[in-house]
Write a protein that binds this ligand. Sequence first.
Ligand code: SF4
Ligand code: MG
Length: 292
Amino acid sequence: MSVAALHKKEMAPKEYKSDVSVVWCPGCGHHGILNAILRAVSELGVDPTNMVSVSGIGCSSRTPYFMQSYKMHTLHGRAGAVASGVQLARPDQMVVVTGGDGDGFAIGGGHMPHMARRNINMTYILFDNGIYGLTKGQYSPTSRRELKAYTTPYGGPDDPMNPLLYMLTYGATYVAQAFAGKPKVCADLIKGALEHKGFSYVNIYSQCVTYNNIDTIQYYRDLMREIPADHDTTDLGKAMDLARGDGEGHRPMGLLYQVQQETMDERLASIVKLVGGSKDYDQNKIINQFRP
Ligand code: SF4
Ligand code: MG
């Protein structure tokens, strides 16, 4: 959503924090991501009454409780679907989804392609810790095979999915990645996502210190490589090459892809115009035209 269209507020990052205590484990990467979000909205001057944060179920899905904004805590995996509805009903609001890898790509996996291909004008921040934390340590779609979790005590049988390739394939118009140990990088990428008109996806690796003992903060430090400054962010093929990794096991950090395309609310507005404007809109009349 274009932030320029919103009311502006001058608030320090800590003023965007609600009075609900943050209950995440000490050392959890989610603390860093929350701070990055608070910093991003503060730097953009977002008025909390212009923002709706939506989540499903999981440790990261508690994020809306900790922020000043309108908020909806929905069902497991359904945050994207609910947020899509919110955005289409209230295109004047900045809509942000916060959630985890299990919530987004397993239970909510059916919704992910459609948010991207429809270019819904909202931001999805995925806290990727390769585990289900809230439900106490089950293997998730982004878990590595080496992870010995409660549901995979001998390691996993399948390879992890690649969220960046997935989002690029389905048509997300802003795709970025970072890790929780780089709060300034995270804040800048989140800022870019919030300012982007269209569906923006930010994948942020986040260490779960309680249930995932292999994806540590040090593991992520060694894993990530900054995207070269001369990368052409409008080139989908090059973005996909970056998303696949460098062949030596590293993952890209930064903005992979950004293009401007018509958003779902704009496309719907054009259709409403075709049928005579919103005040004359009569759904039954339109359906009846097509009845035999
Ligand atoms: Fe963070 Fe893991 Fe604790 Fe959940 S269980 S708060 S993801 S460290
Ligand atoms: Mg998770």
